[in-house]
Design a binder for this molecule. Structure first.
Ligand code: C2E
Ligand code: MG
Ligand code: MG
Ligand code: MG
Length: 279
């Protein structure tokens, strides 16, 4: 009907649309193959206690070692696989690869807990807990405390009932949850009460402007007090300078992650970084 009315226009539109869909499928397939060909790698960025210098763990961040285009950050390929089965495949790969890395570090006498970023579609899959326990079982020597899960605050709000159930199941296992990019998801206090994640990871946008923007400073202060009242820990992401570090310590936020501490790096480089730190 509508199609017959403006035949030419719609034909053109369909062809364009078809090409867009095909391109999308091509790049999706290309990423799936990259995963198979082991072109994806995890880099690790340390999280520390800025007061004591203690290394608390490291966040695993995926990169694509593209044969022609070089090392690609996740922003250049994760959006393509969002909400697809490939995101689940990638998620399970990240889980196993991070645990294998923990085992490898342990064999060198280093205990570095790793946190991984979990997509909502992965977390909400009925088999998620099965995959998680299998991955832990397949890596003897790892304890549940060696793995932490980060989920975007916005994704957690997707289905609070289901996600809070999974957080509780993980808690029983000893796997810690953080709400990533906290403060960006319009979450109300009620939601925070219902999402029993142990750690709130303050979004880096608030840290970035905290020294210039009194509103951001107030938000940081608020989140830190809120976490304290709710018995949660806070960690600040995007700590880019010593001034940030000092200001956060003054506010009572001891844990931090950011370029001022270290940039994300290869597993081997992180090992060297940890060993080379003064006691
Ligand atoms: P995120 O989980 O919030 O990770 C922190 C991002 O901030 C990382 O970017 C990190 O390199 C960057 N960053 C750390 N410190 C600083 C700093 O001081 N200044 C600035 N400007 N940036 C800093 P990256 O590696 O590009 O990752 C971007 C996002 O991609 C992550 O944000 C996460 O949401 C997603 N992501 C990364 N790896 C994975 C993964 O394995 N699975 C999933 N599902 N998502 C991932
Ligand atoms: Mg994260
Ligand atoms: Mg974050
Ligand atoms: Mg972020």
């Amino acid at each position: 009907q509508a199609k017959q009315a403006g035949k030419n226009r719609y034909c053109l539109f369909d062809a364009e649309q078809e090409r867009a869909v095909r391109d999308q499928l091509d790049s999706l397939e290309r990423i799936r193959v990259a995963l198979e060909n082991e072109e994806l790698v995890l880099h690790y960025q340390p999280k520390i206690n800025m007061r004591t210098g203690e290394v608390l763990g490291a966040e695993a961040l995926v990169r694509w070692q593209h044969p022609e285009r070089g090392l690609l950050p996740p922003g250049q390929f994760l959006p393509v696989i969002e909400n697809t089965a490939v995101a689940i495949e990638l998620g399970n790969w990240v889980m196993r690869t991070a645990l294998a890395q923990v085992v490898s570090w342990k064999s060198q006498g280093l205990r570095i807990p790793v946190s991984i970023n979990i997509d909502a579609i992965h977390l909400q899959h009925p088999d998620f807990m099965k995959w998680l326990t299998e991955a832990l079982d397949e890596h003897p020597g790892t304890e549940p405390g060696d793995l932490e899960l980060e989920i975007l605050e916005t994704a957690a709000l997707d289905d609070v009932v289901q996600v809070s159930g999974i957080i509780k199941d993980c808690d029983k296992l000893g796997v810690v949850f953080s709400l990533d990019d906290f403060g960006t998801g319009y979450s109300s206090l009620t939601y925070l009460k219902r999402l029993p994640a142990r750690v709130l990871k303050i979004d880096r946008s608030f840290v970035r402007d905290m020294l210039e923007d009194p509103d951001d400073l107030a938000i940081l202060q608020g989140v830190i007090r809120l976490a304290d009242a709710f018995g949660r820990r806070v960690i600040a992401e995007g700590v880019e300078s010593q001034a940030h570090c000092r200001a956060l310590l003054e506010l009572g936020c001891d844990w931090g992650q950011g370029y001022a501490i270290a940039k994300p790096m290869s597993a081997r480089a992180l090992q060297g970084w940890v060993i080379g730190r003064p006691e």
